[in-house]
Design a binder for this molecule. Structure first.
Ligand code: PMP
Ligand code: GLN
Length: 381
C-alpha cells in the first residue's frame, strides 16, 4: 500500500458538490465557475493561432507579448512597474502559481500562516513541502483580519503568509489599513507572501482592489497570483500568472519549469491580443455587482441572514439563527430536496469549524439565479 502524504484529504468539495448537483439535476451554485460562455472573439483568436501553427511549446516563462500585456495591466491600474521578461511568469492556472510559490519558499519545518476560512489548495501545498500550517481565524461575521491574532501567530519559524483578496469564500476585500498592518508586523523579518488575487477584477460598491504589490514594502516579498479563468470566463483553460520581484521570480521559475514547464501556446497568444482592450475586464466589477444585487435582493425573501459580498463571485449566508443542522448536511439536503447546490463553509476550516454558513456562486445567468432564488424562498428548515 502506498503511504499517503495527505491521508486526511479526500476528493475536493467542489467535485463532490458538482457531482451531487448533476446527479439530482440541481442548479449548481456550488463550484465557482461562470455559467455562461466566454467571448466568441477570444475563441476565434485561439482558433486563428492554432491554424497559423502556434502549436508547439511556449517559452518556459510565457509568451513575451502576454507577459508584456500583464505587466502593462498592472502598471496602468496600480502604477507599479514589473519587468515583463524577468518578473512575470505565465502558468497553468493560479493553482499552479500558488503551489510553485509555496514550493519556492517553504522548507521543512517552516511555519506558514493561513487565514481561515481558506481556499482548499493552500494547506496541502504547504504540507507537501514540509511546512507547518498555522491557522488564524478571520473575524466573524465580516471576515476581516484580526491583526493582533496574526501578530501573535508569528514566530521565528514563520516563512510565509497566505493572503487572499478578494476573498473566497467570504468576499472580504483588503483595505489599505490591512496592507499597512501586514507590512508593519512583518517588517525586518524574512517572511514572504503568496497573494491569491484571482478575483482582482471583481470588487463592488466603488471599492478598489488593493494588491499586495501596490505596497512598496510588501511588493518586495510578494508572489502575486492571478488567473484569466475568472476574468474572461475561461476556468477550463487553466491559465494564470505570477508577478514577483526578480529574485523571487528566479526561484519561482525553477519550480514552474519542472511542474508544467510551460502553458498552452495558442491560448497565450490569443489572450495577449484580447488583453489589448482594458474595457474587456474593467466592466466586470459592474457586471458581477448587478448579479450580486439580484441575488441579494432575492435572498431578502428567504430566512437567511447575510451581508452583501464585497468582491469575488460568492455570497455567504448564515442560518445559525434558524437551525443547528451541520452545514455539510444542509448543503446536501438542499441539493436533494429543493435542487440548489451550495458549498458548506466549514470545508474551508482545517478543523471543519461549523459557523452554519453556506456559500453560493452567483456567476450565473440571471434567469438561473432567479430560478434558484425561487427554490430557496420556498425552503423551510
Ligand atoms: N484561488 C482561489 C481563491 C480560487 O477561487 C481559485 C479557483 N476558483 C483558484 C485559486 C484557482 O484558480 P485556477 O483555476 O486559475 O487554478
Ligand atoms: N475555485 C473554485 C471554487 O472555489 C473551484 C475550483 C476547483 O474546483 N478546484 O469553487
Amino acid at each position: 500500500m502506498i503511504s499517503s502524504k495527505l491521508p486526511d484529504i479526500g476528493t475536493t468539495i467542489f467535485t463532490v458538490m458538482s457531482k451531487l448537483a448533476l446527479d439530482h439535476n440541481a442548479i449548481n451554485l456550488s463550484q465557482g465557475y461562470p455559467g455562461f460562455d466566454t467571448y466568441l472573439y477570444l475563441k476565434d483568436l485561439v482558433d486563428e493561432y492554432m491554424q497559423q501553427g502556434y502549436n508547439q511549446y511556449a517559452p518556459m516563462s510565457g509568451v513575451p507579448q502576454l507577459k508584456r500585456r500583464i505587466a502593462s495591466k498592472v502598471l496602468n491600474i496600480h502604477d507599479v512597474e514589473f519587468d515583463p521578461e524577468e518578473e512575470v511568469t505565465v502558468v497553468s492556472g493560479a493553482t499552479e502559481a500558488i503551489y510553485a510559490a509555496v514550493t519556492a519558499t517553504v522548507r521543512q519545518g517552516d511555519e506558514v500562516i493561513i487565514l481561515e476560512p481558506a481556499y482548499d489548495s493552500y494547506a496541502p501545498a504547504v504540507r507537501l513541502n514540509g511546512g507547518i500550517p498555522v491557522y488564524v481565524p478571520l473575524n466573524i461575521p465580516d471576515f476581516s483580519v484580526d491583526w493582533q491574532k496574526v501578530r501573535d501567530a508569528i514566530t521565528v519559524k514563520t516563512r510565509l503568509i497566505m493572503v487572499n483578496t478578494p476573498h473566497n469564500p467570504c468576499g472580504y476585500v483588503w483595505t489599505q489599513e490591512d496592507l499597512n498592518q501586514l507590512a508593519e508586523i512583518t517588517r525586518d523579518r524574512e517572511i514572504y507572501f503568496v497573494s491569491d488575487e484571482v478575483y482582482e477584477h471583481i470588487v463592488f460598491d466603488g471599492r478598489k482592489h488593493l494588491p499586495l504589490l501596490s505596497h512598496p514594502e510588501l511588493r518586495e516579498k510578494t508572489f502575486s497570483c492571478g488567473s484569466f479563468g475568472k476574468t474572461f470566463h475561461i476556468t477550463g483553460w487553466k491559465i494564470g500568472y505570477c508577478l514577483a520581484p526578480r529574485p523571487l521570480s528566479i526561484e519561482f521559475r525553477k519550480i514552474h519549469q519542472f511542474l508544467t514547464f510551460s502553458t498552452s501556446t495558442p491560448m497565450q497568444y490569443a489572450l495577449a491580443e484580447f488583453l489589448e482592450d482594458p474595457s474587456r475586464y474593467l466592466f466586470l466589477n459592474q457586471f458581477y455587482q448587478d448579479k450580486r444585487d439580484l441575488f441579494c435582493e432575492g435572498l431578502e425573501q428567504t430566512p437567511f441572514k447575510f451581508t452583501p459580498s464585497q468582491g469575488s463571485f460568492f455570497q455567504v449566508v448564515s442560518y445559525a439563527h434558524l437551525s443547528n443542522e451541520g452545514d455539510f448536511d444542509l448543503a446536501i439536503r438542499m441539493t436533494k430536496e429543493i435542487g440548489v447546490a451550495s458549498i458548506p463553509v466549514s470545508v474551508f476550516y482545517h478543523d471543519k469549524k461549523d459557523h452554519k454558513l453556506l456559500r453560493f456562486c452567483f456567476a450565473k445567468e440571471d434567469d438561473v439565479l432567479e430560478q434558484a432564488l425561487e427554490k430557496l424562498q420556498k425552503f423551510t428548515f
